[in-house]
Ligand binder design. Structure first.
Ligand SMILES: O=P(O)(O)OC[C@H]1O[C@H](O)[C@H](O)[C@@H](O)[C@@H]1O
Length: 475
């Protein structure tokens, strides 16, 4: 059975490729890698989300590591991924394993591997480990035996994680204004942590989809516009100031304003960057992935801080965080990391910073967005996820490499290939075609000043794909 390591870690459909026997193979490979590096005795932290059988998979992972003599700190309850990453650093462990398929549909599960720096491991670590899969016999021991031998320790670091969240953010930041926030956990792992943190900041919180549910109520736990209908309704129903959502494992943030309108991760990333530069006066490079908005470039240049662009995957952002001083790194998908907190995305911390921004500026979310657009220029953005057979996907991407004269009526100025194929267009817009590394999808991202142009670009891309024609069509 194929074990594929994608944009982050390993994901597969439960009972298809994500099986207990494959999980054992992968965990044995990770154990072999740690033993070869000589870091195994520092131990590994293991956590799990609310997905089907995640707790069982987490125990199995622990049993393999323990049988290899590696001490395991098994988190004793469902936790968000950022808590697992924090735990790795707090305990000085060799790394961490999080059983989660993040934002994927309910049929999926997966394993994220974090390094000792408290962020995703790099490409090279994954390659080295993947080469070991199936090379040595799986070691496995009974759970209770591992526990009584002290090899598996049930661990809870909720209090310590809360202190970490409030290291930079003052509790009850303002008594003058009490924001009413709907916190939507999308039935995932972060809801109660997020709600409690915002209550401690003085917010009135209405909880939504906070009960763990492995079916996610029939909606994929990805905080994008089409999945946040319930949050939009709730915000209007209770007259909240805003709604905030986290994905299945709590490392991404989504938002809805008081009118029930979706506020994109592009805007949230840009707003937080502006907040850190202008209000907190922090410095450092801004790192964005290839599919992320140009607003970030404008904010970075306004405050004269360096901008770095990397392929999609937080691991690439994390690599930059290891090598230079970074202020903030973020992705189109809603994952934002602030290395002073952790070199890792944290939807809860990002949401707290957004609240701090609103409380500090006295603005409503819509006003904050208007102010951002005034400074960084008006940007419209959209993404379409399209089902396309692997072979057709490859053929399409190959044909797109040839620079057409125009696309959807816009002159193509440049073809960029950092990740997928991007056409930079006259007038400042762009379109990017890229196969997802976590789902069997082709993603099409587009940005332009005018929302109608974005729809025109996405429409042209869909048409191109549906007709199965090559990009040469427009030449
Ligand atoms: O677009 P995809 O390849 O599906 O990846 C989307 C996302 O996947 C994972 O969640 C990674 O941790 C993210 O860094 C990445 O943005």
């Amino acid at each position: 059975m194929e074990i594929r390591f994608g944009t982050e870690g390993w994901r597969g459909q439960i009972a298809d490729t994500f099986t207990i026997s494959n999980l054992k193979l992968v965990c044995q490979a990770i154990a072999d890698e740690l033993l070869a590096r000589g870091t195994a005795e520092q131990g590994m932290v293991i956590g799990y989300d609310t997905r089907f059988l995640s707790d069982t998979f987490a125990r199995v992972a622990g049993q393999v590591l323990a049988a290899n003599g590696i001490p395991v700190y098994l988190l004793d309850t469902v936790t968000p991924t950022p808590l697992l990453s924090f735990a790795v650093r707090y305990l000085g462990a060799a790394g961490g394993l999080m059983v989660t398929a993040s934002h994927n549909p309910k049929e999926w599960n997966g394993l994220k591997w974090k390094g000792p720096h408290a962020g995703p491991v790099g490409e090279q670590d994954i390659r080295q480990m993947a080469a070991r899969v199936g090379k040595s016999a799986v070691q496995f021991m009974p759970f209770d035996e591992a526990k009584s031998a002290g090899l598996i320790r049930l661990t809870n670091l909720d209090t310590q994680y809360f202190s970490q969240l409030f290291r930079f953010i003052a509790p009850v930041a303002s008594k003058k204004r009490r924001l009413h926030v709907v916190v939507d956990a999308m039935h995932g792992a972060a809801g109660n942590y997020f709600a409690k943190a915002l209550e401690e900041m003085g917010c009135q919180v209405t909880r939504l989809r906070s009960a763990p549910d492995p079916t996610f109520g029939g909606v994929n736990p990805e905080p994008i516009q089409q999945n946040l209908g319930l949050l939009m309704e709730k915000v209007l129903e209770v007259h909240a100031d805003l709604g905030l959502a986290t994905d299945g494992d709590g490392d991404r943030l989504g938002a809805v304003d008081a009118h029930g309108n979706f506020v994109s991760p592009q805007i949230l990333f840009s707003l937080l960057t502006l907040h850190l530069l202008r209000e907190r006066k922090w410095k450092g490079a801004v790192v964005k992935t290839f599919s992320t908005t140009g607003m970030i470039d404008n904010v970075a240049s306004l405050y004269e801080v360096p901008l770095r662009e990397v392929p999609i995957g937080f691991k690439y952002i994390c690599d930059v965080m290891q090598s230079e001083e970074v202020l903030i790194g973020g992705e189109e998908s809603g994952g934002i990391g602030i290395p002073r907190h952790m070199p890792e995305r944290d939807g809860i911390f990002s949401g707290m910073l957004l609240i701090e921004h609103l409380l500090g500026s006295g603005q409503k979310l819509t006003e904050a967005v208007d102010n951002l657009m005034f400074l960084a220029g008006h940007h419209a953005y959209d993404r379409a996820d399209l089902h396309l057979e692997q072979k057709k996907k490859e053929l399409l991407l190959k044909s797109l490499r040839q620079k057409p004269r125009t696309f959807a009526g816009f002159a193509v100025e440049e073809v960029q290939t950092l990740d997928g194929i991007k056409y930079r267009l006259a007038g400042g817009g762009w379109i990017l075609f890229r196969p997802s590394g976590t789902e069997p999808l082709l993603r099409v991202y587009a940005e332009a000043k005018d929302p109608a142009d974005v729809q025109k670009l996405i429409g042209a891309a869909i048409q191109l794909i549906e007709q199965g024609k090559s990009a040469a069509k427009d030449r």
